[in-house]
Design a protein around this ligand. Sequence first.
Ligand code: AGP
Length: 612
Amino acid sequence: MCGIVGYVGPQSATKVVIDGLRRLEYRGYDSAGIATIQDGLITFRKRAGKLGILESELEQNPLLNTHTAIGHTRWATHGGPNDSNAHPHISADGKVAVIHNGIIENFTELKNELLKSGVDFQSETDTEVVAHLLSEAMNVKDAELADALRSVCKRLRGAFTLVVVHADHPDLVVGARRNSPLVVGLGTAENFLASDVAAFIEHTRTAIELGQDQVVELRADSVHVTDFDGNAAQTSQYEVTWDIQAAEKSGYDTFMLKEINEQPKAVADTLLGRIRDNHIVLDDLKFDLDVLKSIDKIIITACGTAYHAGLIAKYAIEHWTRIPCEVELASEFRYRDPVLNEKILIIAISQSGETMDTLMATRYAREQGSKVLAICNTQGSTIPRESDAVIYTHAGPEIAVASTKAFITQVITVYVFALFLAQVRGSSMDIEALVREVSDMSAKVDVVLDTIEPVKQLAEQFKDASSVLFIGRHVGFPVALEGALKLKELAYMHAEGFAAGELKHGPIALIEPGVPVIVIVPPAKDSVLHEKIVSNIQEVRARGAKTIIVAEENDDIVEQFADYLIRIPQCPTLLQPVVSVVPLQVFAAEMATVKGYDVDQPRNLAKSVTVE
Ligand code: AGP
């Protein structure tokens, strides 16, 4: 997720764009850049790091005052956070500047085509291919920039918002949108383009949201929108009522609620480019296939929520690949003198890529001769840099301290890797069917979010509970642990997750009338597991517990045992965590709100724990 701003009008374009980028910096802060047009050429400044670094550069090395500019804050997906990978990307003839939000799925084939034609690339990004393709398209006599962008967009697969300028058209900014957001701000003798309205609402509150596969030509006195074939598109204006702070949260009260609601897109973005013809494709996985065929054990190491993703991974990896898999708390791992060797693959899961416990475990494992695969959400962070290979989640920046979209994309990514392993090692499983099921998960998370309202009422109902218990079986057990962690870290309540089968071995003594027990129920078609958890529900109800049951939409068996019933879409048992965790996230966030706590920055916590 990146921040994009475009401007054409009488104000200083540099100032408008930089101010706009500051409002969007939460969308990405790996690098920042700006381009404008002077004396028939593109001029630009771009630097790795936060926006302030670019501003310092502009103080020392200013751009002339112009009235057209585009700017970008980056959340790296392809290519680490450095100056050359920063946007904008410039064509070889210096005439085109491009900024981009999203993932171009077929950039490798396009890049190879351009390399064959002698194009010299300056970066590792997917975006740069657009600069060169646009330049080619503009070399046709009397070519129009909007036509050129439309023709290029038709060759791209994936999710992209592109905003471009051309040196021969100093009064024009052109944008295109597929999947990633792009809004137009309509001013008086000036117009704006941005990833979201926060960038321009100090100038205008009149906006147009661009639709799918649309191109916009922006001049100071005109805005023209078409589809990718050049046909005029219907647009509708609206007035932005949010204040600036709300706009940075896309209208949600907290970043956490915004990020919970971004989960369908985060799942889709994480799968983008990794599924082709119902098979897993990991082109950028830097592991020799023979290494993956030779491993005879996997150890997953992580902390907190990432550890819970690892616990889910264990079930998927062992079931789909038959490779023994252990999961270890990173803070414990290296102190227990584990047996490690070159046949044991370590998977280090970390949103930030900077968690010291996980980093030290990674270093230790490599010293012992094991290879390490990082699963990480932050390009170029320390853990991926110190691993043998990395698979990035594409959740975008996660601002709230309590992890939600990063967790769900970690789970999706371990499914992807486990299926890839099964493919490489010649599993007899119906991989195509499993890949299709995984592909459906983004839409299923959407369904949960559409029906989440009743969950919010539960927080009020149980805000005075002295303790909340979470129980689950199979992959529902790690989900129970994650639900309990969310409630602890957000609402400061005692909460505990259990394997449901463990209750009778002691914890059931905690049950007394009124104790809320949240139950994650496996799919009814998983009859053995389902039967067992129904017994556990009856055990706690017999002692007066209040049961909040998370169960599939078609499960009419558990209805009679639920004081409160939360429905989730049907999916295979192993994939259920992707949907069953969402109501627990919302419950915890709402509980914190009801209690008047800071949802995004809970007490005592940090987003990345860089001490052991
Ligand atoms: C998640 O809600 C917590 N904030 C915390 O447990 C977090 O998951 C843990 O610190 C690991 O962080 P990482 O994923 O950045 O390594």
